[in-house]
Design a protein around this ligand. Sequence first.
Ligand code: HEM
Length: 693
Amino acid sequence: MSTQGSPDVKPDVSRAALGVVRAAVIAAVACGAVLVGGLVLGGSVTEKVIPGLGDAGVLTRWGLPASRAAMDLLSALTVGALIAAAALLPIEAGRPGEGAKEGGRGPGRLSKDAITYLRAASWLAAVWAAAAAATLVFTVADVLGQPVGQVVTGSELSSYVGSLPQGTALMIVVLLAVVVALLARTTTTPAAAFGLLALAGIALLPAPLTGHSASAANHTVATTGVALHVAAVAPWVGGLAVVGVHALLRRDRLPVMADRFSRMALWCYIVVGASGLVNVIARLPDPVELVETDYGRLALGKIALFGALGWFGRWHRNRTLPALEAGRPWSFARLASVEAAVMGAAVGLAVALARTAPPAPAEPESAVKALLGYEMPPQVTPARLATLWQLDLLFVVLVVALGGLYLAAVVRLRRRGDSWPLGRTAAWLIGLATMVAVTQTGVAKYAPILFSVHMAQHMVLNMLTPIFLVLGAPVTLALRALKPARVRGDRGPREWLTAMLHSRYVAVIAHPAVATFIFVVSTFALYFTPLFEAAMRNHLGHMAMSLHFLAAGSLFFWVLLGVDPAPKKLPYPGRLLLLFVTMPFHAFFGIALMNLSQALARGWYASVDPPWGTTILKDQHTGGGIAWGFGEVPTFIVLIVLAFQWYFHDQRQARRMDRKADRAAAPGGRAEDDELAAYNARLAKLAERDKPE
Ligand code: HEM
């Protein structure tokens, strides 16, 4: 009995391949059938007469959801094939001397199967790009109410792609999928496969983030919710498909692959369920609508399928995975094929749901609510900034994930009997608390309306939160808490983290000059170009802006204060110098804002202008004052922290020197060791140089 998971009898390849085709066809038919049923039930394929808008025709009414379903399925399969290559299949140890230093083994290599999945991903991504292009054309026809033929031959397509978020988003999906398709043809290293996976992950987001959730009630929650949803659905659906194919073809390393997939699938299941419910609540604030509306009934169908998929997962964990581990993969392969069909049906239902209009809100939505996703709040006061809560789903997920992972790592160290400084845990949690304070409270509610409040939010995310996060030393904690990979040469999370820390990318991005450049220049580049208004106008832009502030600040303060290992550590005088060189730029930025004669992002602020506010320009001048004044706070904190770090660093140095001297002075030992001698010689030379002539 071989341990590699495949039974000792190799399957008849053509019969196994037939099994794969059969499972794929059943899943596609299930998706198609449920999609058709859902579209008819939801009424989204019946001709609608909208005053002033023509009819796009039957081809578009059916073509759009069909191409969308194809796009969703192919994106999931592409992500699944890339995950198999980069993370599910063990990486093989490099051969001795292969690009290795000092006779060690070279960096890990992708296995033959992993390369095969990369090539498969290349084809899948090419078809994904085609499906996205078709969805783009059908979406233009649908929005303009014109038959597809007219759109394809006319100039509408190009103007639509540039002017409307959905058009731009789908165009980005097409371009990114083409890039993935091209690069997956030649990728051979684990790091590059991981990079491709990240690229495909990004390509999943533009479409749902600009879908009709962008116009739903609570649209900020709805869009983040559907993006999280799709980001969890794709690796789950695609991963199952690839592990199922691997099982049907009885390929090697199946138990490791299935085990890793199963652990990932559990987290995907939790995120899909939670984000799915958030999506439904954002669109159907009244639970009764779940049974009384078409949209609600389709969502109920999805919840039922979700429950069934939970049962499959449980059965795998209790039955088929142990059987697979024991060398009997057949039950796993069979159940995975049925499960793939249920997933196909869920995707079909999802697209029908996305094509079905949620029930219209009881009250007609005001222009401000359509822009903000909530009504204009009352006059801003410090009390309201602190007490009026505003859910930002992205940052809720971020805070819960960062907090949960950090505490889980600390608990693991403690259980192992290792200690972890309380100060670091406290710093990390304070960092997360500052993040909550400006992304979930009244600050988040007023930030899109008032530039001054936006600036306070920006300053905290960019210059305060990062200080505490880097003092939490998350990289050191991760390296200490993560277990090494079980298989020699393979890459688990710990090895990936180490590889990333030693990568050329991190060496460049974490170089003090580069980190400072990003920290300073990106602020000016954002606010004094049209980029700022574009970012304020759509949710995707807004999310990217907040994440950029946090990332650019974390990078800069990692270089300045970080206790974690970093490619290039500046000596303490260098860090002080970097601080004093950088901080004036923030003051310049604040002063530039205080002297604005023309308002920034005037179009946006005019469209959300509060009846109780001051003028837009005056408010932006206040924002400038906040940027200028706020800069002092982090400077002060950094100075104190640097002073302490420097002091303790010198203490440690002195203790080390003393220990060495003691060792050298020990009975029978040499009086002074070479280093101490060199050090004294340098002091003597200095004294000599300074002696008055
Ligand atoms: C608790 C169960 C679930 C709920 C409540 C739920 C709910 C939703 C909602 C409300 C949307 C947004 C539709 C729109 O744009 O209006 C959505 C989108 C989506 N869901 Fe789910 N879902 C669930 C489970 C699943 C499962 C199990 C899958 C697949 C395996 C899935 C796949 C998708 C996909 C692919 C989309 C994006 C559709 C598109 O815009 O193209 N969902 N879901």
